[in-house]
Design a protein around this ligand. Structure first.
Ligand SMILES: *Cc1c(COP(=O)(O)O)cnc(C)c1O
Length: 243
């Protein structure tokens, strides 16, 4: 949100059912989280409720893939590209003006590895964020990852460099680069954050990534066992996981 220039006076739409982090980051940016209702089938953002909540102040929508089931990104993309909705949009940073529509963000904390119309979670929205916290399917104890998938007017090599500085106090070189001969000098190009994934966490992540598919298959067996156990209970609503 900081990268996108979202600030006081802006609104960001989120589902009413999610973990608090989705709303907290909006509060930190100074903007207002606007909560809208969810579908009763998949517990994800309801498109018509999103439509009703869009104002001239809306800068982004953060969809959440609850329980790993992706939100309806095709419908959300179609909605934010409708001429009437695009006409309402007021971009007030260079990046917002360049996109010229509401930014679609995916809170993919639950959906690592999920498929939506044959595409993997991570490229379903403009920007997706994964959490590698200890309770997630893939963990590095703490940490996460951002995936950028912006339209062609954006240069993803530039974004990578900008983000590397932003997550490391605004430094334009990381610790490893600085240890290289003749490379001690660096600049601080902005008042950045300190939220880099450490090399130690990345090392854990690489091992976890190798065993991920196997872990998913085990989780599927657990899921099937519960579904089987509850399927004849009249009071139980089984979660959908395919459509
Ligand atoms: C876990 C979670 C987050 C936050 O992840 P952190 O790595 O703790 O910042 C965000 N959104 C959802 C839906 C989550 O479940």
């Amino acid at each position: 949100l900081s990268y996108w220039g979202i600030k006081e006076g802006d609104e960001v739409i989120i589902p009413s059912y999610t973990y608090c982090a989705t709303a907290n980051v909006i509060i930190h940016s100074g903007a207002i989280p606007v909560m809208v209702d969810i579908n009763k089938e998949d517990f994800n953002l309801n498109i018509e409720k999103v439509r009703e909540a869009i104002t001239e102040k809306t800068k982004a929508i953060i969809a959440v893939d609850i329980g790993g089931f992706p939100a309806d990104y095709n419908d959300l993309m179609t909605l934010i590209n409708e001429p009437k909705i695009k006409a309402k949009f007021n971009g007030n940073s260079d990046r917002q003006k360049k996109l010229a529509r509401i930014l679609l963000i995916s809170d993919s904390a639950h959906s690592f590895g999920a498929l939506y119309y044959g595409k993997r979670s991570g490229i379903l929205a403009d920007i997706s964020s994964f959490s590698f916290h200890a309770v997630k399917n893939l963990t590095t104890a703490e940490g996460g990852a951002l995936c950028f998938n912006l339209p062609e007017q954006f240069n993803h090599d530039d974004i990578y460099k900008e983000m590397c500085a932003k997550i490391l106090h605004g430094q334009n070189k990381d610790a490893l680069a600085k240890t290289k001969k003749g490379n001690w000098k660096y600049d601080v190009i902005e008042p950045g954050f300190k939220c880099n994934l450490t090399d130690i966490q990345a090392a854990i992540g690489l091992v976890e990534l190798d065993r991920y598919q196997e872990n998913l298959e085990h989780r599927k067996q657990i899921f099937d066992a519960y579904s089987e156990g509850f399927k004849n209970e009249p009071w139980a609503i089984l979660p959908i996981y395919e459509s």
